[in-house]
Design a protein around this ligand. Structure first.
Ligand SMILES: Cc1ncc(COP(=O)(O)O)c(C=O)c1O
Length: 320
């Protein structure tokens, strides 16, 4: 819960009337019916503690992701895992793109780490490209954070750039954190995941959430994939045993059973994207051309037309 802190994410539906909310990026189809039914079923068992090992959910995730169960840790939303990761790693500094999701820097700073930014340029469509690669090659930071596709730009990282970043980080023994929370809804799809690298690169950490893909923001369910069991154990030690509620565990397992849900959502997003990007102009937002990916728009008075300066994680972009 926030306490004596301004909510940095907007969308405060509970504090005031919000008619148009661009602060949340979740599945336009809402929540799968199977997940809603699972929550109703869980409601009859609320007197019971949840499974602290998330056994059923973890088994379902292992099958879905094609990774060993030992590589999976679940959390109370992806955000809890971001904070858990930043607290658990020994590395003292991290390299981030700017703009990117603000919670990485917030969690790193809360854990006493130093943050360095690589500005993404508007003229390059905010792509993570050769300049980011160069920065990874030269950096003295011992951890690198990526978001693919990036929030708030919506840009996917080209597979060859991603593979090169993995290669450099592995060679230089740098930890690589990759947030794939939006990947399943993008045109890249789950196939663009770095999960295939986990075996050979144990310092790779992949973040996923039911929040966005399965429209479950209110339930709080995220998970991560990593071959470094010692890191996952340390993250687990820093969390409470029952951090994933029974409704969240049951809804997560049920959602994975709906095999068509993500594909249908991707299709809908593909169809709606041109109208949404174009229509953004009608309400004073300037759409950024990001075909085939998620969409982004510049806030009125935003600085997207100029370079996002180092240390400026928010150049005035909204992800649509
Ligand atoms: C980049 C990114 N990662 C992860 C999440 C999901 O976080 P959580 O599951 O804690 O809501 C979000 C939320 O919108 C996000 O923008």
């Amino acid at each position: 819960m926030l306490y004596q802190t301004v909510n940095p994410h907007g969308g405060d539906l509970y504090g005031r009337a919000v008619t148009l909310d661009f602060s949340v990026n979740t599945n336009p189809l809402g929540t799968p019916t199977a997940a809603i039914r699972a929550v109703e079923e869980a409601a009859r068992r609320l007197c019971q503690y949840p499974d602290p090992y998330c056994r059923t959910l973890r088994a379902a995730l292992a099958e879905y992701e094609g990774v060993p169960e030992a590589y999976i840790l679940c959390g109370c939303g992806a955000a809890e895992l971001i904070y858990g990761y930043c607290g658990a790693i020994d590395e003292k500094s991290a390299l981030l793109a700017a703009p990117t999701f603000s919670e990485y820097a917030a969690a790193l700073k809360a854990a006493g780490k130093r943050v360095e930014y690589v500005p993404l340029e508007a003229v390059e469509g905010f792509a993570v490209g050769s300049r980011f690669l160069e920065a990874v090659e030269k950096t003295e930071c011992r951890a690198v954070f990526l978001c693919n596709p990036n929030n708030p730009t919506g840009r996917l990282i080209q597979p060859e750039v991603l593979a090169e970043i993995c290669r450099i980080c592995r060679e230089r023994d740098i930890r690589l954190f990759v947030d794939e929370c939006f990947l399943a809804l993008s045109d890249g799809g789950r196939e663009a995941s770095l999960a295939g690298w986990l075996e050979e690169f144990p310092r790779l950490f992949i973040l996923k959430a039911f929040t966005n893909s399965y429209g479950m923001a209110g339930l709080r369910l995220g998970y991560c994939l990593c071959g470094d069991g010692a890191l996952l154990a340390e993250m687990s030690r820093r969390a409470q045993p029952w951090n994933v509620s029974l409704p969240a565990q049951m809804a997560g397992a049920a959602a994975l059973g709906d095999k068509m849900f993500l594909e249908e959502a991707r299709q809908l997003i593909r169809e709606e994207r041109p109208g949404l990007s174009g229509g953004a102009g009608g309400i004073g937002l300037c759409g950024l051309p990001v075909p085939g990916e998620l969409s982004a728009a510049e806030k009125p008075g935003g600085a997207a037309g100029a370079s996002a300066g180092a240390g400026d994680p928010d150049p005035g972009l909204l992800q649509l």
